[in-house]
Design a binder for this molecule. Structure first.
Ligand code: GN1
Ligand code: MG
Length: 360
């Protein structure tokens, strides 16, 4: 089947190789190598993204805007097929698209130092900043309510009612502990009606593997634009906090390895603010730590909801997999919450620095 796909994208299958690539939970990805160029081929998970055409339309719209207004910005442009399509659906076998692989670029699956976190935060901030003139209403909603915490909480409550007694009992302690953080959802409800919070072009999946780096470990651009939609900055900053702060990732089951590293926290705030300080409102700037809590809490809810729903969304390699992922996120949330005040003070310091820079 891969051979067919390569042919559709004008590549010669005899001289081209395709090997599985990356570690995403949702889509399937291959690195395609021809004698003179490399590409990324991807199958879109149609169960999750029920409207793949919306993703394709968004990427082409953004590509068009960036080419027109910021032609120097390096962008992983879609490759067009023989039929001049950037999304193909061969004989009902799913939806596929291909991107040019940026020569000399690399990705990290694990952060090796805070400088990489700084570069990544800068790239996600830059992406939103460059697209500040793009009309967000032109973006299609690829995943309705993706980061709607109110809805995620509602789905969790529903799962609590419909799940098996057995799974409920096993998850009981985690369910009780999550209740302590319900105020995060209450704060979210005030954010969505607060005019100081702006919707902007938001990436919604800011893990480190979604940033391309060059040989000198400087950020080139962001990739994986499937979840680019109108959204709040707390989504992007929060998912960086969620995935960069701890030396142990969301799969770790030795929870004693989970920690919040302050140098990585500073790197995220400085990198993001450096690009976005003039875009963010004064009120938004007080919500950096909240952003982390928001995303970690939401991910804990999503994992435990999936555990209660018998792992229908994320899948599971073993029985307790999604519960363990939820406990992992809850552990991180507890640690971050305990440091909240001290970290907020650090943010205030950086915010003042950028204000000073603007006016001096
Ligand atoms: C999914 O597939 P991947 O790893 O990029 C999920 C994210 C979660 C993440 C948790 C569309 O992302 O929201 O944060 O798993 N994406 C979707 O690992 O649900
Ligand atoms: Mg993704």
């Amino acid at each position: 089947m891969i051979k067919d796909l390569l042919t559709q994208f004008n590549l010669n299958p005899e001289t081209t190789t395709a090997v599985e690539f990356g570690s995403g939970l949702i889509n399937h990805t291959w690195l395609v190598t021809t004698p003179d160029k490399k590409y990324i081929l991807q199958q879109i998970n149609h169960n999750v993204f029920t409207n793949p055409q919306a993703i394709d339309d968004n990427i082409n719209a953004i590509d068009g805007f960036l080419k027109k207004h910021f032609p120097e910005y390096i962008f992983t442009a879609p490759v067009f097929s023989k039929d001049n399509k950037s999304l193909i659906e061969p004989d009902g076998q799913g939806y596929f698209r291909m991107f040019e692989f940026i020569a000399g670029s690399k990705t990290y699956s694990v952060l090796e130092n805070p400088e990489l976190a700084y570069e990544a935060a800068k790239q996600f901030g830059k992406f939103t900043k460059l697209l500040s003139g793009f009309n967000i209403n032109e973006l299609k909603i690829t995943l309705p309510d993706f980061h709607n915490l109110t809805l995620r909480h509602h789905q969790y409550k529903t799962a609590l009612k419909t799940c098996s007694k057995e799974r409920y009992t096993i998850a009981q302690n985690t369910i009780d502990a999550l209740q302590q953080h319900y105020n995060i959802a209450e704060t979210f409800n005030t954010i969505i009606t607060n005019p100081a919070f702006k919707k902007r072009v938001t990436h919604h999946d800011t893990k480190i593997s979604n940033v391309l780096f060059n040989d000198n470990n400087k950020g080139i651009c962001v990739i994986d634009l499937d979840t680019v939609m109108p959204g709040y900055f707390i989504s992007d900053v929060g998912d960086m906090m969620r995935t960069y702060l701890s030396p142990a990732g969301e799969e770790e089951t030795d929870y004693s390895k989970i920690a919040v590293r302050e140098d990585y926290f500073d790197a995220i705030v400085q990198g993001y603010l450096g690009e976005m300080h003039a875009q963010l409102t004064d009120e938004e700037k007080h919500f950096f730590v909240y952003a982390g809590k928001f995303m970690i809490y939401m991910q804990a809810l999503r994992f435990i909801t999936d555990y209660l729903n018998n792992d229908i969304y994320y899948g599971a390699n073993y029985e307790l997999h999604n519960l363990n992922r939820a406990i992992n996120q809850l552990t991180l949330l507890n640690i971050l919450s305990a440091k909240e005040q001290a970290l907020n003070e650090r943010v205030e310091g950086f915010v003042k620095l950028y204000q000073h820079n603007i006016y001096s």
